[in-house]
Ligand binder design. Structure first.
Ligand SMILES: Cc1ncc(COP(=O)(O)O)c(C=O)c1O
Length: 461
């Protein structure tokens, strides 16, 4: 008899026969290891507590399961732990449980969002969920969207579509207008789009961190005199350092008058728009041409999870469609590798879908409201004689001792961050307008009032 091509005692892949007992045992063991690590945070805090993890590279022969599980444990122990209630530094909340399951299912499914034939159900799911979001924020029937791996990529998809839509594909005079507090990834977008940093025009912000409309008007006139071609204006819905919201209504009116694409970077605040939470400045976002929504940053959908929603899907099709000669297509169904930058793409939409279905609209609202409550409690009780406080309508607060010189802010924030981490509170220290600040992001559902009281005790004294 001919020798079998496969050595059947090795479990490299799931079997299409029998019940995959071995894989089930491995998954159970992995779940147990992960959950043990979650609960270790109680004792150890948000930062890694064991520095013995060694990055061992693959050897001639494969390692045993026991070796690998011991390395997984070491890797976890040497990782940042977002579930700890003192994890308040960044826009990286604890992972939502059904979203963790979604990642597992997407990995096992191993479907590819490049094309319908490689991902029939998830292609339809992504299309439907984008449409659902688009309708929820008030876009019309032509709207839709595409998922991408993070806010940067969603913004980039939008800017490339905006430039193409303006017919400025290769024009070196094309410029993008953003506020001076917009996210640093717009600099990266410029480079990727073959533009110079000079093509990124910054508009001043007011004392609340919002784009200054007078400065926007003046800049538009100046661009016109200098023959610069504006392909988009970006309004930020939640700035990174202080959670400010640009005046979307006024900006959208200007964009309409001048026929300029309005992109909203709602990486931080966009999800609020599908709830009834009364956040100032959220109205009128349906006047935009595109909006980034990045649920990984605020409701715990596991990374990465980001959507670009557009008011008219044909703008994405016209920009990114090249034809996929090696893929068959089905009438009326768009291959999703043809409407965005990414080609092969995992089924990240599953964890977003499961997460949202698990929460329901009430659950989403509950999580978001709780973040605003924590922020309000923090602001109410922080010593206002001691600190200058910078915070918009969202859940982010940056602060600094009054009268601290910019040159002293580096040392002060470093010392404070270390002191806080020794007490299991992790805050960040953004460099903002030439000065370091302490920043607290109140997006951690595990953080209770008592934790904030303890944090305030350490700050106020
Ligand atoms: C306002 C804003 N936009 C875009 C981004 C980039 O998102 P990502 O890191 O998911 O690419 C961030 C990241 O924090 C952000 O705060």
């Amino acid at each position: 008899m001919a020798e079998d091509l496969i050595n059947s005692k090795d479990i490299y892949f799931p079997s299409y026969l029998g019940n995959n007992d071995k894989l089930i045992t491995l998954l159970n063991r992995a779940s147990q290891t992960l959950c043990d690590w979650f609960s270790k945070a109680d004792k150890n805090g948000p930062l890694p507590f064991d520095e013995s993890f060694k990055c061992i590279m693959p050897a001639e022969d494969g390692n045993s399961e026991d070796d690998l599980f011991s390395e997984i444990e070491s890797l976890l122990n040497n990782s940042f732990n977002p579930v700890h209630p003192g994890s308040l530094a960044h826009l990286d909340p604890p992972p939502l449980v059904f979203s963790i399951l979604g990642d597992l299912i997407a990995a096992g499914l191993n479907n590819n969002l490049l094309a319908y034939e490689l991902s029939p159900s998830v292609t339809l799911l992504e299309e439907s969920l984008c449409k659902w979001f688009a309708k929820k924020i008030g876009f019309n029937d032509f709207s839709g969207g595409i998922a991408a791996s993070g806010g940067t990529l969603s913004n980039l998809n939008a800017l490339i579509a905006a430039r193409n839509n303006a017919g400025l594909g290769t024009n070196p005079n094309s410029v993008l207008l953003v506020s001076e507090d917009a996210h640093s990834s717009f600099v990266k977008c410029m480079r990727i789009m073959g533009l110079d940093i000079k093509n990124l025009v910054r508009i001043r912000t007011d004392n609340q961190g919002r784009m200054d409309i007078n400065d926007l008007r003046k800049t538009l006139d100046k661009c016109s005199i200098e023959n610069k071609k504006i392909f988009a204006i970006v309004a930020t819905l939640g700035t990174t350092v202080r959670g400010a919201i640009d005046p979307i209504k006024e900006i959208s009116e200007i964009c309409k008058q001048r026929n300029i694409w309005l992109h909203i970077d709602g990486s931080i605040g966009g999800v609020f728009a599908i709830t009834s939470i009364p956040i100032e400045g959220l109205k009128n976002i349906n006047q935009a041409d595109s909006i980034t929504i990045n649920p990984q940053k605020i409701i715990g959908i596991t990374k990465t999870s980001s959507l670009l929603l557009v008011s008219n899907m044909s703008t994405l099709e016209n920009t990114f469609n090249t034809g996929l000669p090696y893929i068959s297509s089905k009438e009326d169904i768009i291959n999703r590798g043809e409407i965005g930058i990414q080609g092969s793409r995992p089924a990240e939409i599953i964890k977003l879908w499961l997460g949202l279905r698990f929460l329901g609209l009430n659950g989403i609202e509950n999580i978001l409201k709780s973040s605003i409550k924590r922020k309000n409690f923090f602001i109410k009780n922080i010593n206002k004689n001691k600190f200058d406080i910078y915070s918009g309508p969202l859940h982010i607060v940056s602060f600094i001792p009054k009268k601290l010189e910019p040159k002293d802010s580096d040392a002060w924030t470093k010392t404070k961050v270390n002191e806080l981490i020794n007490n299991n509170f992790m805050l960040s220290r953004p460099n903002f307008k030439g000065k370091y600040f302490l920043r607290v992001v109140m997006g951690n559902y595990n953080t209770k009032e008592s934790h904030i009281e303890e944090l305030l005790r350490l700050l106020n004294t």
